[in-house]
Design a protein around this ligand. Structure first.
Ligand code: FEO
Length: 412
């Protein structure tokens, strides 16, 4: 991989990770993911900074080494290693970096410095920075802004004003490997459409719990003339940086309650999530879907546990309406749906309008567990509907009405 030129003194290095491993040990990445770092050099006689590192995953170290060599540099020539965020996808190679370069100063926030000590047992050459601190590289100056909880509490971003580049680490990132291009203007419309899906899934999986902090961080940075957004996952935005910032602003709104007099957040869509043991819940769900279609609301359908919760989360996160269709299983919810609801709580899938339907065999029980589970989610409900065994024609008529009612609410 070659380095990509952002400006005369700023280069993007990246490694494409293509693996069957799960991101964070949870989330599938069949389209891969990129790990980006940035080499920033002062003018003649100036210093060199490397912004963010990587985990040696899927040959990342070799890819970075090659990229550094393509601009006549190497890890041993780095004067400052700036760690915006300590999660090991960006820092896992720190021990080896230190072995190759014992002299570089390592810069992070005070909380980041603590994490360097706990994760990597490194104590030497560490420098803590805080909001507004600057680093002079000789002809080029970097400024640091603390942006806690995008994604971990120690996170900061780095700003380079001459090129207007914001090095944002996880913020404004996406799943998806990049290949031999990194800039937004190098990808086709079809490729952007795929990356947009992967961006939503990345946000829903990784960032959604921290949406309040995303809004706070974006407000803090709003005075900067950001002409390039350079995250540590996904493409570098040099033509339309506003696209990715607007996208994140929209995503951050999805978990928010509707402001007084304003329309609810989320897209006017319904995410249908269902599991069925012997087809009786699915029969009732078919009636609900007929109602949704009659009501004219767009919808997505996800079967659990067949489909990974990563994808379920993405569509549920963006949709105003949800259908949860599940049978009672041993006096309680169908277990894969209980897992989905637990993940929803953890990832702040809040303020939705939901319809729950499902079949029971010898006795109910899903309802009680469901109602307890959604208490924390602050959902509005279209009245639930349960039935014994297979749904009757009359029950299907009611289910269809409930689907139509949910579509009406979502479209309003
Ligand atoms: Fe890409 Fe939170 O690390």
């Amino acid at each position: 991989m070659k380095a990509h030129t952002i400006s005369e003194l700023v280069h993007c290095l990246h490694a494409d990770i293509k693996t069957t491993d799960l991101f964070e040990g949870i989330w599938p990445i069949p389209q891969g993911v990129s790990l980006n770092a940035y080499l920033v050099r002062g003018g003649p006689g100036g210093k060199t900074a490397l912004i963010d590192l990587f985990k040696d995953w899927s040959g990342a170290a070799g890819q970075f080494e090659e990229a550094l060599a393509s601009v006549g540099s190497g890890f041993d020539q780095v004067d400052y290693l700036i760690l915006n965020h300590l999660e090991p996808d960006h820092t896992g190679w720190l021990g080896e970096f230190r072995r190759r370069n014992p002299r570089a100063k390592i810069i992070s926030t005070a909380k980041g410095i603590n994490l360097i000590k706990t994760f990597y047992k490194e104590d030497d050459g560490l420098r803590a920075v805080k909001d507004g601190d600057k680093l002079d590289l000789g002809g080029l100056e970097l400024t640091f802004f603390e942006t806690p909880n995008i994604h971990w509490p120690e996170t900061m971003v780095t700003w380079e004003p001459s090129s207007g580049t914001l090095f944002s680490c996880d913020a404004f990132g996406s799943f998806g490997a990049l290949g031999d291009r990194v800039f937004d203007d190098e990808f086709s419309g079809a490729e952007h459409a795929l990356f947009e899906k992967e961006c939503l899934r990345y946000y829903a999986n990784i960032i959604s719990s921290f949406s309040t902090f995303v809004e706070r961080g974006m407000a803090k940075l709003s005075g900067l003339d950001i002409r390039r957004v350079a995250p540590s996952h996904g493409m570098v935005w040099r033509k339309n940086p506003k696209t990715i910032m607007d996208r994140y602003r929209t995503y951050a709104s999805y978990s928010r309650p509707a402001l007084e007099g304003a329309e609810p957040s989320g897209e006017r869509e319904i995410a249908v999530i269902w599991g069925s043991m012997y087809g009786n819940t699915r029969r009732g769900l078919d009636a609900v879907i007929r109602g949704i279609e009659a009501g004219g609301a767009p919808y997505s359908v996800h079967q659990v546990p067949n489909e990974d919760v990563s994808y379920v989360l993405a569509d549920a996160f963006k949709s105003r309406g949800l259908v949860l269709a599940m049978p009672t299983y041993e006096y309680a919810m169908f277990p894969p749906m209980a897992y989905v609801l637990d993940i929803f709580r953890r990832k702040h899938i809040f303020h939705k309008t939901a319809l729950r339907v499902g079949s029971w065999g010898w006795v109910g029980g899903a309802r009680k567990e469901y109602e307890a589970a959604i208490e924390a989610l602050q959902w509005e409900s279209v009245p639930s509907m349960e039935w014994a065994g297979a749904p009757t024609a009359e029950e299907c008529r009611v289910l269809e009405d409930r689907g139509r009612e949910l579509a009406r609410i979502v479209r309003a």
